[in-house]
Design a protein around this ligand. Structure first.
Ligand code: ADP
Ligand code: MG
Length: 328
């Protein structure tokens, strides 16, 4: 991104550049995120999909600096979060929020809902209690809960769907610009999912939000995303406009994920694993293309040379030596 574009306000809200995140466990290294680059435009929803364990949550947390990356940069509104510390980072954190997978577990069971939602305001230094109450009431109403009935109660008095509404209210109370939604409906009953997805869409429009929407379920991501990024074992396989990517996947892994989308049946949970065999260990990822050990198109080159993301269609990029479209 050129400086001129940035100062003209045309730069993406979020730019992730070559991000690397590793965990050290018992003297061994887990390569959770290995050189991921992506951009999220202002007002856009970027879906992030991939099997359980491929590094989606790690990436989301590293974007928000809840986990410091080993290397790479995270530019938010042009400022490098990875270089920020202390007060500067705290100020920036007001502008970005995270919604977790398990809404019940992410609410303190001993605190009243009103206090839980007011907490970010207290931390941010909103000293006037009346003002805090007013903001809490506004945001509870916005997520479809009656403040009078809800604010004085404890989390266990609510269902999973209601708890996710409360978590969304907490994420919104500081009026953020960007929210990482980490599998926000995966833990909810199928019957509740559409309501919460609709609520997120409403809140996005109403508050002018930009979203990074993480899920292992491609059908959910398809429903809410402008563009979709596909991850496999710590690397990005493919990224492109939602419609285009679903109609013409370029990476064999994307194609496998799409084939595995279940026909709508409320009793069937989507499979978390689709490709043949177990995924390789992130402690010893395959050389070259990490998907090659499960890929029907893999050859010698795939084990020797790491594929870079390259354009395979309009705004569509795939990291594959033998893409299904745009080859040659
Ligand atoms: P996803 O969200 O796609 O399921 P994660 O980002 O949670 O994937 O995990 C990526 C990899 O990093 C997995 O192998 C996981 O076991 C490992 N991992 C995640 N969090 C930690 C942690 N705090 N300590 C050690 N390993 C972790
Ligand atoms: Mg996760």
């Amino acid at each position: 991104m050129m400086d001129a574009e940035r100062s003209a306000g045309r730069a993406p809200l979020l730019e992730v550049q070559n991000l690397v995140v590793e965990y050290s466990v018992g003297g061994r290294t887990i390569h959770a995120v290995s050189g991921v680059s992506l951009e999220v435009e202002r007002g856009e929803t970027l879906g992030l999909v991939g099997e359980s364990g491929c590094g989606k949550s790690t990436l989301g947390r590293a974007v928000l600096q809840l986990r410091r990356p080993q290397s790479g940069r995270v530019l938010f509104d042009g400022q490098d979060l990875t270089a920020m510390q202390g007060e500067a980072l705290r100020k920036m954190r007001r502008r970005v929020q995270l919604i977790f997978q398990d809404p019940i577990a992410s609410l303190n069971p001993r605190r009243r809902i009103g206090d839980i939602i007011a907490e970010p305001l207290v931390i941010a230094g909103v000293k006037d209690q009346k003002r805090r109450e007013q903001l809490v009431h506004e945001v509870l109403s916005a997520v479809g809960l009656d403040p009078q009935l809800v604010a004085g109660r404890l989390p266990h008095e609510f269902s999973g769907g209601q708890c996710q509404r409360i978590c969304i209210a907490r994420a919104l109370v500081l009026n953020p610009e960007f929210i990482v939604c980490d599998e926000p409906v995966s833990a909810l009953d199928v019957s509740i999912r559409a309501q919460i997805l609709n609520l997120l869409e409403d809140m996005k429009a109403r508050f002018g939000l930009t979203l990074l929407f993480i899920a292992h379920d491609l059908a959910v991501v398809k429903a809410v995303s402008d563009r979709v990024a596909v991850m496999y074992l710590g690397r990005l396989c493919e990224v492109g406009p939602s419609e285009q990517l679903f109609a013409h996947p370029a990476h064999p892994y994307t194609a496998l994920l799409i084939e595995a989308i279940p026909v709508p049946d409320p009793d069937v949970r989507p499979a978390e694993s689709v490709a043949v065999g177990e995924p390789p260990s992130p402690m010893a990822p395959p050389s070259g293309c990490r998907f090659r050990t499960r890929c029907p198109r893999a050859d010698q080159r795939c084990s020797e040379e790491m594929p870079e993301l390259r354009e395979v269609g309009p705004q569509q990029f795939a990291a594959c030596h033998h893409p299904l479209i745009g080859a040659g």
